[in-house]
Design a protein around this ligand. Sequence first.
Ligand code: F6P
Length: 536
Amino acid sequence: MTTPQSAWKNLKNAAVAARDPISGLFAIEPDRLDKLVVEAAGLRIDLSKQPWSLGDFDTALTLAKVCDVEAARNRLWAGKPVNSSEHRAALHMALRAPDGADFEADGVPVSRDVEATRNAMRAFSEAVRSGAKTGATGKPFTAIVHIGIGGSDLGPRLVWEALRPLNPGIKLRFAANVDPSETALALAGLDPAQTLVVVVSKTFTTQETLANAEVVRAWLRAALGSESDAHLVAVSAAPTLAQAFGVPADQVFGFWDWVGGRYSIWSAVGLSCAIALGYDVFQRLLDGGATMDEHFRRTPLLQNAPVLLALAHIFNRDGLDRPLRAVIPYAARLRLFPSFLQQLEMESNGKRVDQQGQPVAHATAASVFGDAGTNGQHAFFQMLHQGTDVIPVDFVAVARAGEGEPANHTILLANVIAQAQALMTGRSEAEVREELTAKGLPAAEIDVLAPQRTFPGDRPSSFILMEALTPETLGALIALHEHKVFVEGVLWGINSFDQWGVELGKSLATKILAELQGGAPGIHDPSTAALVARLK
Ligand code: F6P
């Protein structure tokens, strides 16, 4: 009988065993594309340029089976406390499920509350957009400043960038960083009388968010006096704290402890987007996520997109010891997707102990980095092609141009296809030598140049293609990665839904802040003490 331990061993042995280069596998595996390209919720996901043979792929699938990904998925859906260190369910799927669903968080029904919040969001966003809801002076709102950080910022920012109209009727700006420049830039040129401020914080205790919210509240009060609190909206799982801050009770939108911050774009955290894009667009985003949920929940492992994406990652990360992954959306509108994924993947799965507090047996999340293509090609792709480390790449591409000059979109597509091909096929030294010889270069120069102009190839990539960038495909793309992260967490035996690693820096910052503000010096190492003294 295969145990999880032996399945892991088999995967690692398979990964390091001698094999044909990726490009050679196509010739000996005629059904490679059939097996390694899957369709899910409007996305075509091609894993055929990953370094696994079809035999390795079966070995990876066995790992998913024996680690009981299916049972874990059922526990997730049943609202069991999969976030074990905080005794919480993780039910972001409930937020995007169609009306009439019946999710329960640890036995407590939640779907009616979700629907009530969605209805309130719809009513509020329509009132703001229609001008029925006005500011303190009776003028309609023309701008929103969204204040929040981490999961209370990255999802809304991504969605806005991806879907915003060319000439938005309502501008949406973001302030996450406590750097005062960020708030100053967000407010620059805005009229307080026509600006709605949406403060988003699950806990309503996050230092940076509260500091920024205070600055913006003061900006409103200075211009509009005591009536200005009518411009404040809050989204929080701690509504009483939001009201204590001055947000009118009927403008506080709740969410729940079973919604993780980085999984929260589907909740009222998306309110700013729902207002600025229109609620129907937001609903379509939810629908796309829900379609991916159905795929993940119902599709056999063999063709299950989140499962296969997770296995490809694990094959590289654990089988081939590759600690980095590049994510390159060939879509300017998706340029924030790598930043979004950094939190989703690295905060969820950057863990070194398992759910029992024991050291993990396998390396966990890879570091994620990336930028939009083709920009990245002119920045860091040199290293992807010829650096000493092999860095697997996830490409994301959009088949049909959304706007602008279609001919340029064709150039974009040619580039993304070419980059994936170049990483895989490379260019042999013999080929380079032949070319340089044909150009008439002297042999001594060819000896020096040829290795520098050789591409090793055999560098893996995944290719996610959507027909068009729509609210639905964006929702599906995000949900695909949420579930991928979940599957990885199950295989690694870690809790993907907590983030204890962010706490120490937060508490030290609170103490150091008191010192910078003139409090008594604390006890520090010499380097830290010198910095505090220098900046006091
Ligand atoms: O510091 C990490 C974190 O807790 C994230 O997990 C979260 O998304 C972010 O801070 C913001 O938290 P909140 O929404 O409570 O302000």
